[in-house]
Design a protein around this ligand. Structure first.
Ligand code: MLT
Length: 407
């Protein structure tokens, strides 16, 4: 008899965005002509940069001939992409990261979910509340989160509340933790930490032997100077942090799939006997066993985002969504909402009308306004009473949604 991993029974039966998709599909079925505007999941609406598509076509064509055909690639990613990443995302910004500290993958979702493989089940994990549900769900699947409570919180997780009262800046944990997930610019609130605020976290991690799992999937949306694009901008961060990056939101790769994780060689974990062990080596070992690399064609597409034309095209994608975020911010403010985020991120976090829960307001917006959002409660207990608006739609739809809300 094959016994299952009991932890899967403890987690909610459906993943947040699958539940939303189900409700939207049902609404569509009941109202086939409803003019639905999707501002829920952060899925891009603009096509890939031309530079990436051209690179994919060329790479696909290479697969026709034995002389240029590629089979298994390096599990860590091709040198051409790792080199482009190092130069453009780090060296050019004054950050010293080596190619063998970069692990190319199929996206930040997989990596933030899989990273738990290299950590013991007894580690105490802190997460900001609200947070991207993958951090909680994957720790729960691994048995690291303990038991779910009536409020949906987990007994072994340490929740770091981010709310209007603390200006969405999480306080340092007051109890001993081993791992902390930080996502900045933040999903779902669209808020940020300044360099000074992130420095506090790096220093805390150093002083308390904590590893920070830093999700920087939205760094391309930063518009303000004082907001770090990488945790490695902070001195000493290479001793305490793993960073996750993604081409999904930056270059429209949500369907194409490519991201990468940085595991500095000096970053150490501790074995049961007290010995220090390189996390870079463990992650490499994990990837070599469980992952055969991102496809060659896709890695060429990612590489192309770093060419001069690619950079221009990526910038216009980001500018487009940033303008949508501004439209949402201004539209919601005009309509009387209390809002947060959306300046350095493609998400705007809006307070639901007084007395209305997140899911209740989500359903109202869907049924009465034909607008899909994401209920804040889906990201954690502190998200209750909020909904998230995504700026990844078309400009036309974004403007139309704001008009509907104003009415
Ligand atoms: C979101 O909407 O939070 C993201 O699109 C989810 C993801 O990147 O997996």
């Amino acid at each position: 008899m094959a016994q299952i991993n009991e932890n899967f029974i403890k987690i909610p039966a459906t993943y947040l965005f699958s539940e939303i998709a189900k409700r939207v599909a049902q609404h569509k079925e009941e109202n086939p002509t409803a003019p639905i505007i999707r501002m829920g999941i952060g899925d891009v609406s603009l096509p890939l940069p031309d530079a990436s598509v051209d690179a994919m076509i060329k790479a696909a064509d290479e697969q026709r001939s034995a002389a240029t055909f590629r089979g298994y690639g390096p599990e860590q990613g091709y040198a051409f992409l790792r080199e482009a990443i190092v130069i453009n995302d780090f060296t050019n910004n004054g950050i010293d990261i080596a190619e063998d500290e970069i692990f190319v993958s199929d996206g930040a979702k997989s990596d933030t979910g899989n990273i738990g493989d290299i950590f013991d089940v007894n580690n105490r994990v802190a997460i900001t509340d609200p947070s991207y549900p993958v951090y909680v769900d994957t720790n729960a699947m691994a048995g690291r989160a303990g038991e779910p409570t009536a409020t949906g919180e987990w007994t072994n997780l340490v929740y770091l509340q981010c709310n209007a009262e603390n200006n969405f800046v999480p306080a340092l944990p007051t109890e001993k933790v081993d791992l902390v997930y930080l996502c900045y610019p933040n999903n779902p609130t669209g808020t940020t930490l300044t360099k000074e605020q992130l420095t506090v976290w790096v220093e805390y991690a150093k002083a308390n032997n904590v590893i920070i799992l830093f999700d920087a999937a939205y760094e391309a949306f930063i518009t303000e100077k004082d907001v770090p694009h990488s945790i490695y901008e902070i001195e000493g961060a290479k001793d305490v942090a793993i960073e996750f990056r993604s081409f999904s939101k930056t270059a429209g790769f949500t369907g194409t799939r490519c991201g990468y994780t940085v595991v500095p060689k000096q970053l150490m974990g501790t074995a049961a006997n007290g010995e220090k062990v390189s996390l870079n080596k463990l992650w490499n070992r994990r990837q070599c066993t469980k992952f055969n690399g991102t496809s060659y064609v896709v890695q060429r597409a990612a590489e192309a985002t770093y060419t001069p034309e690619g950079k221009e095209q990526v910038k216009s994608l980001i500018d487009f969504y940033t303008e949508n975020a501004r439209i949402i911010r201004e539209g919601l403010t005009k309509a009387g909402y209390t809002i947060f985020g959306g300046v350095n991120a493609p998400y705007v976090w809006a307070k639901a009308p007084v007395g209305m829960g997140s899911w209740e307001y989500f359903d109202y917006l869907l049924k009465e306004k034909n607008i899909v959002t994401t209920p804040g409660a889906g990201f954690g207990a502190s998200g209750e009473g909020y909904v998230r608006f995504s700026a990844f739609g078309s400009k036309e739809n974004t403007i139309e949604a704001m008009k509907r809300l104003e009415r």
